[in-house]
Design a protein. Structure first.
Lengths: 394, 202
């Protein structure tokens, strides 16, 4: 009897102890329930626009997205032809042949008819490429874009240089650079830059790099980027440093963002426009009070005749108009932490923003009226509703 | 036809006859069990799930948003019980259950239960019916929770020798993840275990 009483007392003590600490714990079962297949390897990049549809490179195939559904347009059967851009009704490919780096372009129909040597080497399909001076050897591994902005003449990009592990963002080696496209048919493109940058650096627009730590291994125009916490503004050609700006403590609570011509800095929630190597001016007070995570994707939003900047944060994209008004928030999702690539551009009738995440993607049509922004036709891929991403894509 | 009816009657009466027989166990008898088997994620209840995301109750196997989002898993346990009287044994059980989420990450539950077993049919062939309740430690991908759980189990076992026996069991686990203040994290998970048991009694 004494044993039973002792046992009962012990059980009572344990139950009381656990009961008093019931709020510790992380919602284990909900975590399990809400976890989804790791699909980040499926969508590789957003390539651009053809016929008012976004073109997405996913599962090593080409898909078009009309704002509602993905449609597989072409299968890429030869992995050595890597699509990196969609424009002018064509998909632009890179390839390496006998150690020589080349480009060609093809329509969806032409891809579906088969890409053979005769087609690729046909002068009508070849694309004239100007590589960065002296960097042909370094850039030979170029195999695609995965974060860029495009307008009529220009693409800003980061490059992946690891063919075998292209699907794993953690293994990507990033390159800074941009592409310009010229000629009536758009078949002359020039790659500027191409310098390798570490994952610790952030590429901003097409002419700026932010460095968080000292890294003398990175060179732009033979100038090592040896100072930490700097924003390096490059020249128009992307091959030399125009000037550098001291960003301040690298505790990540001051973010830098910019467009091609302007660069901004957040300090204690306010937004400042960088005007020179050591000068800046207040642009927007109370721009954002809690921009503390580097994971947030910051991007320029291009408008006709002017530029705005926006950022992905928490529940949506915030677009800062080109005045002193507060940023407009367009709610798109409740989880932007895992954005792996973002695209923004005009498809002729709408301005789209598309971001890919580990578990899928979302798109939003951005509208601006009298300086007020709103998001319409928001489409968010939801693995719970849409099922496995691979099924959705097919 | 008559033979069939006689056999059926004998089968129906068998437990009663056995139950009426002299009990095998006495107060102080001990039994030790090692159990292993599979678990089916029977249901999951999340009262905080947004209606547009899917139903609050999901059941295995389910379809689309009605799935429990867990694979069929495995379970193992050891238990030790002492008979309080010829028909009721009381003791403890330490278990380990696992399955996988949709992300392919393992989820584990470790029940540490007080377990009471009634053995109305006993001897060479036994029908144990058990109730267990106690602490439960759940973990997944760096998250963990110490909560409570309970189980119901029904089995059949056959003693090959006087001391060693084997059996099969089916049951129901109910694991509520309880929070006092943060009710948004609360949800309940239930499994259907089907197991094989090796028993040693003394």
């Amino acid at each position: 009897m004494k044993r039973i009483i002792k046992l009962a007392a012990l059980v009572a003590i344990i139950i009381t102890t656990v009961s008093c600490n019931l709020d510790s714990g992380q919602g284990v079962y909900q975590n399990v329930f809400n976890d989804t297949p790791q699909n980040f390897q499926k969508i590789i990049s957003v390539l651009g626009v053809i016929d008012d549809k976004l073109v997405v490179f996913a599962n090593y195939d080409l898909y078009s997205f009309d704002g509602e559904r993905m449609k597989k347009e072409s299968e890429i059967t030869a992995y050595n032809y890597v699509p990196f851009m969609a424009a002018d009704g064509h998909i632009y490919f890179s390839y390496v042949e006998n150690g020589v780096y080349g480009f060609f372009r093809a329509t969806f129909d032409e891809i579906n008819n088969g890409l053979d040597n005769d087609f690729i080497h046909n002068p009508e399909n070849q694309v004239n490429v100007t590589l960065p001076p002296g960097s042909e050897g370094d850039i030979v591994l170029f195999n695609g874009l995965y974060n860029f902005n495009i307008d009529e003449t220009q693409v800003t990009y980061t490059l992946s240089a690891d063919n075998e592990n292209l699907t794993d963002p953690n293994k990507k080696i990033m390159h800074y650079g941009y592409i310009t496209k010229s000629g009536v048919t758009g078949n002359t493109i020039t790659i500027h830059g191409g310098q390798e940058v570490p994952s610790s650096a952030t590429i901003i627009g097409r002419r700026a790099l932010r460095l968080y730590i000292e890294d003398s291994d990175i060179e732009i125009g033979h100038t090592p980027l040896k100072d930490a916490n700097r924003l390096y503004i490059l020249n128009e050609e992307g091959n030399n440093i125009d000037y550098q700006f001291n960003v301040g403590d690298a505790d990540y609570d001051n973010l830098v963002m910019g467009t091609d011509g302007e660069y901004f800095l957040t300090l204690e929630g306010d937004l400042y426009r960088i005007t020179g190597a050591s000068t800046y001016e207040l642009a927007v007070r109370d721009f954002a009070t809690d921009l503390i995570y580097r994971n947030n994707t910051l991007m320029p939003v291009y408008e006709t005749g002017k530029e705005s900047i926006g950022y992905l944060y928490e529940e949506g994209i915030y677009i800062n108009p080109h005045d002193d008004k507060a940023p407009r928030m367009i709610r798109v999702t409740d989880d932007n932490d895992l954005v792996t690539s973002a695209w923004i551009g005009d498809n002729g009738s709408n301005r789209y923003l598309m971001a890919t995440q580990e578990n899928g993607f979302w798109t939003v049509v951005i509208e601006e009226k009298d300086g007020n922004y709103s998001g319409t036709s928001i489409h968010q891929y939801d693995s719970e509703i849409d099922g496995a991403l691979s099924e959705y894509l097919n | 036809m008559k033979k069939t009816l006689r056999l059926l009657a004998a089968l129906l009466l068998l437990p009663t006859l056995l139950f009426a027989a002299e009990p095998y166990y006495g107060a102080g008898s001990q039994i030790f069990n090692i159990t292993a088997g599979v678990t089916v994620p029977f249901f999951y209840n999340n009262p905080n799930r947004a209606p547009e995301q899917g139903p609050e109750w999901t059941f295995w196997p389910g379809d689309g948003v009605s799935q429990t989002h867990r694979t069929v898993g495995g379970v193992g346990a050891i238990s030790y019980q002492v008979f309080l009287n010829p028909y009721i044994a009381l003791g403890g059980e330490l278990g380990f259950q696992f399955d996988f989420s949709r992300a392919g990450i393992v989820e584990t539950n470790v029940p540490i239960f007080v377990k009471a077993t009634a053995v109305p049919v006993q001897g060479k062939f036994e029908v144990p019916i058990s109730l267990g309740a106690g602490l439960l430690y759940a973990s997944y991908d760096g998250a963990s929770k110490l909560t409570f759980g309970c189980q119901l189990e029904v089995g059949m076992r056959y003693f090959i020798t006087d001391e060693w026996g084997v059996g099969i069991n089916v049951g129901l686990y109910v694991f509520p993840e309880i929070y006092a203040g943060e009710s948004s994290k609360m949800s309940t998970l239930s499994y259907l275990p089907a197991t094989l048991t090796v028993s040693y009694r003394h």
